[in-house]
Design a protein around this ligand. Sequence first.
Ligand code: SF4
Length: 353
Amino acid sequence: MWGPCTATGGCPAATITLSACFSPADAKALMGRFDLCKTYPATIQREIQREKLTECYQYDTLYEHLKKNPSGVTMALVNTQKNRERDDYSFANINLLGKCNTNCFFCLGLDLAGVIDDQNQLAIPFAEWKNFETFLKKCKDNRIRKIYITGQNTDSLMYRCLEQLIDFLHAQDFAVGLRTNGYLALARMELINRCELSAGYSIHTLSPVTNRMIMGRDDLPDWDSIIPATQRPRVSIVLNRCNKQEFFELLRYVAKFENVRYIQIRRVSTDTRNDLLMPDMVVYEEIYSQVRNIFPLKRRFATDAEVYEIYGKDVVFWRTIKTSVNSMNYFTDDTVSDMYFIVEGYLKYRTQC
Ligand code: SF4
């Protein structure tokens, strides 16, 4: 029988078998993504070998590694229980729905595959978004001032009326920030810097080959130009099986930018694909155990987010399901959710409609 891995407490890794955590269909889908690299010409294949990326995308190898468990980190350490204790609301998200200019294999939008695929409000003026006024009123009623424009399955900078939206929210006395993959950042830098709050950039790799595996495209945003041009940049790295080899190098690269004050290391987040993404969660905990042994813990916040000082920066280890922060969420198809857990809140609202 295939099903989600239940190894969340006390289950020794040695007893876990491949079949316990992955269905053949899931494994095939995942390998389809990573097999893309096998179509590269010989020069790039050599790069893959040199960077030792093979291990990252070879599902069987990774699983053998888990079974042997040489580092002592077991799947039992990967806690998938959600923290249901929530703080007061401190921010809200506008989750745009549409098509993305990348295709990340861990995209949270894939948790809602088949549910939101037909939704696309990227060209619709926000004045026509249903329930948007209701959402803003809820924010005000809950004394939420910070609103972040992000995407559930698309990128915030792809929204056609973004400039008007930012200005409208500012006029309503909200503080506005953006979350983006950065591909359109240089073209929309004036808008990014118009925001009162930070621009959060997702930077997962510096390697085109790894980027192909993670985001489905070879080209990278020009971070050397984007970050210095941004007034309030912050960086989010999703640590996963593909970028684990370059993690510390990537961190060192990001840390060299003086204006980056906050670096967040995120564990993949999912409500419906724990089985498929378990190897990435294991990688996260492996790297985290290395960090914990090397770098000083500065503090914790939001109950369970650890802040380490690494290469002169505050680096936050963020497991979405473990933190206690709380947010209101709006989805541009008219969904208003008062739940922090994005997918769960979305589905709850839709089933109540
Ligand atoms: S950039 Fe964000 S929305 Fe786009 S595919 Fe990646 S995770 Fe999904």
